[in-house]
Design a binder for this molecule. Structure first.
Ligand SMILES: Cc1cc2nc3c(=O)[nH]c(=O)nc-3n(C[C@H](O)[C@H](O)[C@H](O)COP(=O)(O)OP(=O)(O)OC[C@H]3O[C@@H](n4cnc5c(N)ncnc54)[C@H](O)[C@@H]3O)c2cc1C
Length: 144
């Protein structure tokens, strides 16, 4: 098995595209042959790297798959028609079989492991899906 180096980007293939709603699509990304994807902590995101006519299209997307799953990552992208168009590019051009590069997972919303319990406040956020499974797996306790 190939070993991934932390500074490298990860080469992935879009294995599945699923329409979740009129404006949200879910993309399943699997590593190119021979690699396992790194595990991550709940709340992590990746940067996706695409190019359109040599224009780099770089955006961040939250990981919505279970943090200990290493054979695939899943992201959900909301189409935003009033924008520079990367989400629209994902929705209209990215099909199953497409190859791209992604960053290693990053986490700006990490769980504090010293906390005795966690309280979750949810509100409608049109971009970010919340993976409660990820948090409960990681905290190994009930979500209050
Ligand atoms: C940590 C992180 C995680 C994220 N996770 C997700 C996710 O899971 N799913 C998801 O769908 N998105 C997520 N996003 C947002 C995502 O990275 C993209 O911003 C989103 O897909 C829109 O990209 P876009 O190119 O279509 O729009 P953008 O061009 O990035 O525009 C986004 C918004 O900004 C406005 N805007 C752009 N330029 C200007 C300007 N000059 N002046 C005023 N307003 C402007 C646009 O009108 C639009 O409303 C995440 C972002 C971050 C930082």
């Amino acid at each position: 098995m190939l070993k991934l180096q932390a500074q490298e980007k990860i080469k992935v293939v879009v294995e599945q595209v699923k329409k979740e709603s009129p404006v949200v699509k879910r993309f399943k990304l699997v590593p190119e042959a021979g690699c396992k994807l790194p595990k991550f902590s709940g709340g992590s995101h990746i940067t996706t790297f695409l190019t359109e006519n040599k224009r780099p299209l770089e955006r961040n997307y939250s990981l919505i798959s279970p943090p200990d799953q290493s054979d695939a990552y899943e992201i959900a992208i909301r189409r935003n028609d009033q924008s520079s168009g990367v989400s629209v590019y994902w929705h209209t051009k990215i099909k199953e079989g497409e190859k791209l590069e992604i960053s290693y997972p990053k986490n700006r919303f990490a769980i504090g492991h010293e906390a005795k319990h966690h309280v979750f406040f949810c509100c409608r956020n049109r971009n970010h899906p919340v993976s409660l499974d990820g948090y409960s797996t990681e905290t190994k306790g009930p979500i209050v």
